[in-house]
Ligand binder design. Structure first.
Ligand code: HXC
Length: 257
């Protein structure tokens, strides 16, 4: 596959997508949206891929939506054309998607990282929602996913002042899962993804689905859903294999389909 705005390559059972618009700090334009949706859908459909890593450059994961592309857009164009609506495709990815963030993750860049299942950050990572400085507000989930991740106090602080927060603050607040040294970032994310890819594919997809439902359901509904998914896994070969391997003190060999 050849893309203009990103690189997509397989590393074993992991799909690696690298945003690649260095001249614009990986600003997210409609070409990035299209190509990212296409590459994610391809990895979702690829039986050999068990998890996906999304990363940027050392200086920027992504410095936001492309301001030069947005500048002339009218309300009618934005509304009728469902401006930014296509980004939903990222959150709709069914396989685990890890964001490996170094440098700036601002505006749409922060929102893109938050659409991933978890964020591994380099010590250099800087997160923020600076839309307010441009006369707009977050438009790809920032007001919702950031608030769920870090709570109202810090979300309000970031969205209203437009300030950036570093990796340490972001981890303490619950936005980031792990912080690593810059030179470890990609390996850490690839190793996590490769590990996920060794597990039962059905169990992995259900685990992601179950955790994501916690944002949408009441506790009672979420618990019921979790229990049904849990029970259904006893219909899989992978459950028999995983538990037999434990009892026989050997490594499991999951079918992964
Ligand atoms: C278009 C961008 C860009 C962006 C950077 N560039 N961010 N182009 N859209 N979001 C371009 C610059 O214009 C410049 O190109 C080149 O990338 C390098 O950027 P510099 O500003 O020279 O780099 P630096 O001085 O290191 O500053 C880095 C920075 C700054 C602090 C990240 O670039 C910055 O503030 N960028 C905008 C951040 C932002 O406001 N993001 C939110 C966007 S709104 P040229 O060719 O000019 O030299 C948003 C809306 C979300 O995301 C709503 C839903 C998506």
């Amino acid at each position: 596959e050849h893309f203009e705005t990103l690189l997509a390559e397989k590393r074993g059972n992991v799909g690696l997508i690298t945003l690649n618009r260095p001249q614009a700090l990986n600003a997210l334009n409609s070409a990035v949206m299209r190509e990212l949706a296409e590459s994610l859908a391809a990895y979702d459909a690829d039986e050999a891929v068990g998890a996906i890593v999304l990363t940027g450059s050392e200086k920027a994961f992504a410095a936001g939506a492309d301001i030069k592309e947005m500048q002339p857009v009218s309300f009618v164009e934005a509304y009728v054309g469902d401006f930014l609506g296509g980004w939903e495709a990222v959150a709709a990815t069914r396989k685990p998607l890890i964001a490996a963030v170094s440098g700036y993750a601002l505006g749409g860049g922060c929102e893109l990282a938050m659409m991933c299942d978890f964020i591994i950050a380099s010590e250099t990572a800087k997160f923020g929602q600076p839309e307010i400085t441009l006369g707009i507000i977050p438009g790809m989930g920032g007001s919702q996913r950031l608030t769920r991740a870090v709570g109202k106090a810090k979300a309000m602080d970031l969205v209203l002042t437009g300030r950036m927060m570093g990796a340490e603050e972001a981890e303490k607040a619950g936005l980031v899962a792990r912080i690593v040294a810059p030179e470890r970032l990609l390996d850490e994310a690839l190793e996590a993804a490769a590990k996920i890819a060794t597990f039962s594919r059905a169990a992995v997809l259900m685990a992601k689905e179950a955790v994501n439902r916690s944002d949408e359901l009441t506790l009672a509904e979420g618990l019921r859903q979790e229990r049904r998914l849990f029970q259904s896994l006893f219909a899989t070969e992978d459950q028999k294999e995983g538990m037999a391997a434990f009892v026989e003190k050997r490594k499991p060999n999951f079918g992964n389909r």
